[in-house]
Design a protein around this ligand. Structure first.
Ligand code: AGP
Length: 372
């Protein structure tokens, strides 16, 4: 009913709008006054976490994209090798697992059969499994050694939005917690990041306040067949997520690529007026990547692409090559997906609406996939 949708036309719109709160709620009570993480609910003893020599993340779809981003954070902040694998592929290839492997299973519903089978397989090999889940008491957390709940509230729309942002928050918390428990050399950085994380919900809100041009742009592209998405570093999984949203909602051919791979093949796809969304890393921090992506934008534009550039406020280098420029607030590099994903959600939702598609219930899809 309209009341359930809180005045929005679709649950998806309501859930996109709820993201600042979902992010804040997922942080609530998990950072103490001194800026340290208190994840008491992670009932895996610190002594065990100190002995972990590998992290393996298993998930499907959007949750898998959260896992891909988590890998960058976990390896950078903790120096523990981290693999991310589609849950449906995992157990069939005889993965190397032992009691020193921490397996993280990410699932909004907690009922995804592929993810459940993957975690059962991991536990059979003696690995500890930590679930990141949005649904209290669902099967995946019940069968795991520990759970860190995301507090997105119920997600009704089939296309995942607020659950994704909270999965990212939970992954950052786990990564920082591992760093804290193990006393990595990033001690100071961890404190600073925890502070940044507690400010991020306000930044998500600011992004939401500036989405009208994105909606307008989406409507103008309603008759296109293909949209490509490019990103680098954590912007690469964001590109994959942007493409998945567009497939699910707009039923368009959409693909995400690592921008560095362009010249190894995908650049052949570029043709006159093809919309290409580019997620640009911060010009601060890893500025080498920033400069490389700016030349990618130049290259595809020279070949006729219509460039839709998502870049940090104050990043002037992209301006000459952006047919459309979407601004996001400056954040630490690894946290950027929390703000850069939001315009892509809005974009897909509006395109779906413009194409007359059923936003909350896309064809052929179920909210949780309980069969293998
Ligand atoms: C996301 O928009 C999808 N509908 C889908 O990819 C989803 O993320 C995937 O099925 C995993 O679901 P889960 O998080 O409930 O395990």
């Amino acid at each position: 009913s309209a009341a359930e949708k809180g005045g929005y036309d679709y649950f998806m719109l309501k859930e996109i709008a709820e993201q600042p709160k979902a992010v804040a709620d997922t942080l609530l009570g998990r950072i103490d006054a001194a800026g340290s993480l208190t994840l008491d609910e992670v009932r895996i003893p610190a002594s065990v976490l100190r002995e972990i020599d590998k992290v393996v993340i298993v998930a499907c779809g959007t949750a898998f994209h959260a896992g891909l981003i988590a890998k960058y954070a976990i390896e950078h902040w903790t120096r523990i090798p981290c693999e991310v694998e589609l849950a449906s592929e995992f157990r069939y290839r005889d993965p190397i697992l032992d009691p020193r492997t921490l397996v993280i299973a990410i699932s909004q519903s907690g009922e995804t059969m592929d993810t459940l089978m993957a975690l059962r397989h991991a536990r059979e090999q003696g690995s500890k499994v930590l679930a990141i889940c949005n649904t209290n008491g669902s099967t995946i957390p019940r069968e795991s050694d520990a759970v860190l709940y995301t507090h997105a509230g119920p997600e009704v729309a089939v296309a995942s939005t607020k659950a994704f942002l909270t999965q990212l928050v939970a992954c950052y918390l786990v990564a920082l917690y591992l760093g804290q428990v193990r006393g990595t050399k990033w001690g100071d950085e961890i404190q600073a990041l925890v502070r940044e994380l507690s400010r991020i919900s306000r930044e998500v809100e600011r992004v939401l306040e500036t989405m009208e041009p994105v909606r307008e742009l989406a409507r103008s592209l309603a008759d296109k067949n293909t949209v490509l998405f490019l990103g680098r570093h954590v912007g690469y999984p964001v590109a994959l997520e942007g493409a998945l949203k567009l497939k699910e909602l707009a039923y368009m051919h959409a693909e995400g690529f690592a921008a560095g791979e362009l010249k190894h093949g995908p650049i052949a796809l570029i043709e006159e007026d093809l919309p290409v969304v580019v997620v640009v890393p911060s010009p601060r921090g890893r500025s080498v990547l920033h400069d490389k992506i700016v030349s990618n934008i130049q290259e595809i534009r020279a070949r006729g692409a219509r460039t839709i550039v998502i870049a940090e406020e104050g990043d002037e280098a992209v301006v000459p090559y952006a047919d459309h420029l979407i601004r996001i607030p400056a954040t630490p590099t690894l946290l950027q997906p929390l703000v850069s994903t939001v315009p892509l959600q809005v974009f897909a939702c509006e395109l779906a609406t413009a194409r007359g598609n059923e936003v909350d219930q896309p064809r052929n899809l179920a909210k949780s996939v309980t069969v293998e």
